[in-house]
Design a protein around this ligand. Structure first.
Ligand code: ADP
Ligand code: ZN
Length: 668
């Protein structure tokens, strides 16, 4: 008996093995086996049972054991994973091992069950609304339309009732005996959503994310595989969950970049959700208040259906938005360059009214940069070539990429001066200053350095919900879908910080961030107010936010993408070159690109190239980094280009690492 085995290693293709007589009855497609590989051994996945092998029988080795009593994936899943492997030019064995948790085949180590903190689910979940609004009804009808299997983009402002639409659609799926997957950007940020689903679908919800213990991982996986759980809620890897009879995949906040995995198998969970659903005849709901430019574009070409929830439920008003020019002298408060008079007054009033406020900024740390006031010297990371972040407690400089820490110097290494100052500001500094200006206010910070675990987050959310906090100061984390009825004021400290990042999506990101954060204001009956501080108040993106004209944003942005031939008007692949030796990586990148351009002409491949260039992050964990961006009208041409790079890399036998990122979301 011959089996075809995919191994979780960076090798192309699969391998034939023989099955010893005593294991013949035990081997099926989808099982995990152990087999000799080179001079050692490996685990492998059975991906085929060929009748025979054309290999020389003396060269076929035998598998040594079977590790699972049952298959871990069926033929449909295998075909999907094979598709993923081809699309992302990534070995099948590695795709399978990314999709299936190793806890499902590794023997159980004895780990004690973690004490689960019982959340007041019912309280968090709130009650189910009796009637849907007309817009919600229309959206549900579109999604469940048996005549139309296209993905539906559910474009609804925050608080417009999207989650309720997902729940109704899933109720209908459950009634038909189908299963569903709900993908959320970061599960630890969504305890409220989890609570709502657990209360509305008691006993059949499994949770899937990277913070589970090995034991929880095995348990949740088994719940799903056995069919006990029919709904999986999870982060991106839940797109591979073994749900039987899949009826629907929901992608909540579909625009979020965290759906893209940024290492190893660089897949986009939203895109794979569409592919998987399409192959199994399931529906897809993509929900967002700020859809990605790509998804919005798909609705205009007819590839996606479109449902709009244009207003908040029960006619709760949208927040009032004001833009403040931070350069305006009249707005200045001495010593606090990041706080305008207008925002200061609004905070005071909100506090006096017993309401809650949010202050948003997109930086970590006390003050993000240290500089010498005499000569302008700044401190950068030796490994990563990015600016170091200054932390006050404990007093260190830290690199956000490689986590390197350094003590804070007293003298400037360049001019030997002593005028070392901080530049910019962070949540810590904002907290300190705000506390000084509002001594009676109860202040909480919500950022990665304070909220480290799921439990920290749950506790903080509970405190805010109980109104034990007056002012929340936070980063990206507060932009996500929390629903706090007491928040009436949102202050955005610097709206323009993201506008100039080196990425063609910088405008889209800024637009999404500003809209999402603004959406936190006035979620309940009290009307909300948003104050956006900016150094460039006339920037078109800031103006679209002011006028709340989403459609204008999409039109302008699509025009600019079209004229520069960026997605959705082209497909991209990022080819990245890395090596510890700077000269070697740059010369390899350049010769590889020269070779590519020649081959494009010779073979008539319809691609163009940007670069090669040094990556914005020119050095990361001691590796020098170069990259080039391959652009094309279609993915088939991109694949030809990658085949050329592959062949070239192999022929050169160079030690430069070459990796690909198909549909890159981030070219740092
Ligand atoms: P979104 O997911 O778009 O932010 P939600 O589904 O969370 O919106 O709805 C916002 C709030 O309105 C929630 O508290 C929800 O319970 C409530 N809600 C949703 N739909 C209705 C409805 N049809 N009638 C009354 N309240 C509703
Ligand atoms: Zn570093």
């Amino acid at each position: 008996m011959i089996v075809d085995i995919a191994v979780p290693r960076p090798v192309e293709g699969s391998f034939h093995y023989d099955v010893p007589a005593e294991l013949v009855d035990k081997v099926k497609v989808g099982m995990v086996i152990e087999a000799p590989f080179g001079k050692s051994s490996t685990i492998g996945f059975v991906v085929g049972l060929p009748q025979s092998s054309s290999l020389d029988p003396s060269r076929i080795r035998s598998i040594s054991s079977v590790l699972t009593p049952e298959p871990l994936f069926d033929q449909t899943m295998l075909e999907f994973l094979t598709w993923v492997s081809q699309y992302y030019c990534h070995p099948l064995g590695e795709v399978i091992s990314a999709a299936i948790p190793k806890q499902s085949w590794e023997t159980a180590k004895k780990s004690p069950a973690r004490k689960k903190r019982e959340l007041p689910l019912e309280m968090l979940a709130g009650s189910a609304p009796e009637n849907l609004t007309d817009a919600q009804k229309e959206a549900v009808a579109k999604i469940l339309d048996p005549q139309d299997n296209r993905p539906v983009l559910l474009h609804g402002v925050t608080g417009s009732g999207k989650t309720e639409v997902y729940i109704r659609c899933l109720e209908s799926m459950m009634a038909e005996g189908k299963g569903a997957i709900v993908l959320v950007p970061e599960i630890s940020l969504t305890p409220l959503l989890l609570a709502r689903f657990s209360v509305r679908f008691p006993g059949i919800v499994a949770v899937w994310h990277s913070h589970l213990t090995p034991r929880e991982r095995r348990e949740e996986w088994e719940k799903v595989r056995s069919g006990q759980a029919r709904i999986v809620i999870g982060a991106r890897s839940a797109v591979f969950a073994p749900i039987n009879n899949l009826g629907c995949i929901v992608v909540d906040e579909e625009h979020e970049t965290s759906f893209k995995q940024e290492e190893d198998l660089r897949y986009h969970a939203r895109d794979m959700a569409i592919v998987r659903a399409n192959r199994s005849g399931a529906k897809v709901i993509l929900g967002s208040a700020t859809p990605s430019v790509e998804s919005y574009h798909n609705t205009t070409t007819g590839k996606f259906a479109y449902a709009r929830l244009a207003t908040r439920v029960q006619d709760r008003p949208m927040p009032k938005i004001a833009i403040i020019d931070l350069k305006d002298e009249e707005q200045k408060i001495s010593e606090v360059p990041w706080l305008s008079q207008t925002l200061d007054i609004a905070l005071r009033k909100t506090l006096a009214d017993g309401k809650q406020s949010i202050l948003y900024l997109n930086r970590l740390g006390f003050s993000h940069m240290l500089y010498c006031d005499d000569c302008g010297h700044t401190w950068r990371c030796n490994n990563c070539d990015i600016g170091l972040t200054y932390y006050r407690q404990p007093r260190v400089l830290r690199c956000h990429y490689c986590n390197m820490r350094r003590p804070v110097p007293d003298t400037c290494p360049e001019c030997k001066g002593h005028s070392i100052e901080t530049f910019g500001f962070g949540t810590e500094q904002v907290e300190k200053t705000i506390q000084e200006r509002f001594p009676t206010a109860r202040i909480a910070r919500m950022d990665r350095s304070v909220v480290k675990t799921k439990r920290d987050l749950e506790e903080l959310i509970e405190r805010i919900s109980r109104r034990d906090v007056d002012i929340v100061i936070g980063t990206q984390m507060i932009a996500k879908g929390h629903d706090f009825p007491g928040i009436t004021l949102v202050g955005i400290l610097t709206a323009d910080a993201n506008l100039n990042i080196p990425d063609f999506r910088a405008h889209e990101r800024t637009f999404q961030m500003l809209t999402q954060v603004s959406g936190r204001a006035g979620r309940a009956t009290d009307p909300g107010e948003v104050i956006i501080q900016s150094l460039q108040p006339n920037h078109p993106i800031i103006q679209t936010i002011l006028n709340q004209t989403t459609e204008t944003f999409f039109q302008t942005e699509l025009e600019s993408r079209r004229s520069h031939r960026f997605p959705p008007f082209s497909r991209l692949a990022l080819v990245r070159f890395q090596h510890k030796n700077a000269a070697r990586v740059s010369s390899f990148a350049q010769s590889c690109v020269r070779h590519l351009l020649n081959e494009f002409t010779r073979q008539g491949i319809q691609c163009s190239i940007l670069g090669p260039s040094e990556a914005p992050l020119a050095r990361l964990r001691n590796y020098y980094r170069w990259h080039c961006l391959v652009k094309s009208g279609g993915v088939a041409e991109l694949r030809k280009a990658i085949a050329v790079v592959n062949a070239y890399t192999q022929s050169q036998k160079s030690s430069v690492q070459v990796t690909y990122d198909i549909d890159p979301m981030n070219a740092m």
